[in-house]
Design a binder for this molecule. Structure first.
Ligand SMILES: [Zn+2]
Length: 355
């Protein structure tokens, strides 16, 4: 994935009211953006005490979305819980395969590993050959379907490929590729055991391990998102897209200091629903301190009018230093972060089922 122009923008608290003229917004936002950029930059720096303060202040300044009280008041259902230790172990095992770019041996091993964990589930493939600036690559999206009693689909996506240009650098993508693969495997466990052989009580949930999310050379509209561009087109043609009530992408969701940003390319009501779900679990301080526009696996579906949310933590490490570097390793990650995201997304699914 990549961020647009500037990586980090202002938090919700500092967004201007709609009546504010554009030029005034610009004047107001410039100093605020600069201030917050410095807050963001120092929040994961070496001066831990000062940085913790800066970060907590930024968080305190972020207002909760309006949807939260209504959802909270209407619902006392028990909160879902993933097995975070197991999800973390999956991340470790996936990462241990090494570089997993489209079509290489480790990628094939990982395909088998994913399929081994989906035995007995309804699994489909979406395979094709991507013609890229670096040649042809086999691409394989893996889809596990958990049928529901309600008419409609909730799709949860996460890429399992790692970056091809970094293939000879020792890059293993623990967070970027590893965590998304693992959380989907844990979602499969949860959905399987909750349904216990029957249809789940709600929408069908489809889990999609997407392939070819990463660029093979330099990120662009044509060099990126190979798997999801193909899948979105296919689902548009066969009518699947019309049935999708919500599509959520998991990407880079396991860093120790979890801060899921608010992606402005995503659908606001779905982002708000995720926030409401996080709020129920007491996880809201990990969501939406920052906002920016993210290009990720949701884009081909956003372009076709599907309600989408990209659930992603950026920047990854101080000044984003671990992103797409050999330092994207297991020691930067924690089971608690997988738990926060996992529980929140399961709760979001439950809330979507009730709508
Ligand atoms: Zn990446």
């Amino acid at each position: 994935m990549r961020t647009s122009a500037s990586k980090i923008e202002i938090p919700r608290a500092f967004r201007c009211v709609p009546l504010c003229p554009l030029w005034l917004r610009f004047c107001l936002l410039l100093p605020l953006t600069a201030a917050l950029a410095s807050t963001a930059a120092c929040s994961k720096g070496p001066d831990a005490a000062a940085n913790a303060t800066a970060k907590s202040e930024a968080r305190a300044a972020t207002p909760a979305p309006e949807a939260v009280p209504a959802v909270r008041a209407a619902d006392n259902a028990p909160l879902p819980h993933i097995d975070a230790k197991r999800a973390f172990e999956y991340t470790r095992e996936v990462t241990a395969f090494g570089p997993r770019y489209m079509g290489n041996e480790n990628h094939k091993k990982l395909e088998r590993y994913i399929l081994d964990h989906l035995k007995g589930d309804q699994v489909e493939d979406d395979t094709f050959t991507a013609d890229t600036v670096e040649g042809k690559f086999p691409v394989r999206n893996i889809i596990a379907k958990f049928p529901g009693t309600k008419d409609g689909i909730i799709a949860i996506l996460g890429h399992y490929d790692t970056n091809y240009p970094l293939r000879n650098t020792g890059y293993v993508g623990a967070n970027d590729g590893g965590s998304s693969t693992a959380i989907l495997l844990e979602f499969a466990n949860q959905l399987r055991s909750a349904a216990s052989g029957k249809k789940r009580d709600g929408y069908s949930v489809w889990l999609v391990w997407t392939d070819g999310e990463e660029a093979v050379k330099t990120w662009s509209d044509t060099d990126s998102l190979y798997g999801t561009r193909h899948l979105a087109e296919k689902w548009e043609k066969d009518g699947t897209l019309k049935k999708i009530k919500a599509l959520m992408v998991m990407d880079m969701i396991a860093p120790t200091d979890l801060a899921i940003l608010r992606d402005t390319n995503s659908t606001p009501w779905l982002l708000d629903l995720i926030y409401a779900a996080a709020d129920r679990g007491g996880y809201q301080s990990h969501f939406y301190v920052f906002q920016t526009a993210i290009e990720d696996d949701h884009l081909p579906f956003v372009k076709r009018g599907v309600p989408c949310a990209d659930v992603i933590d950026m920047p990854y490490g101080y000044n984003n230093v671990f992103h797409h570097t050999p330092q994207d390793t297991m020691d930067k990650l924690s089971p608690q972060s997988l738990e926060i995201v996992g529980n929140t997304i399961l709760e979001t699914i439950r809330m979507l089922d009730r709508r």
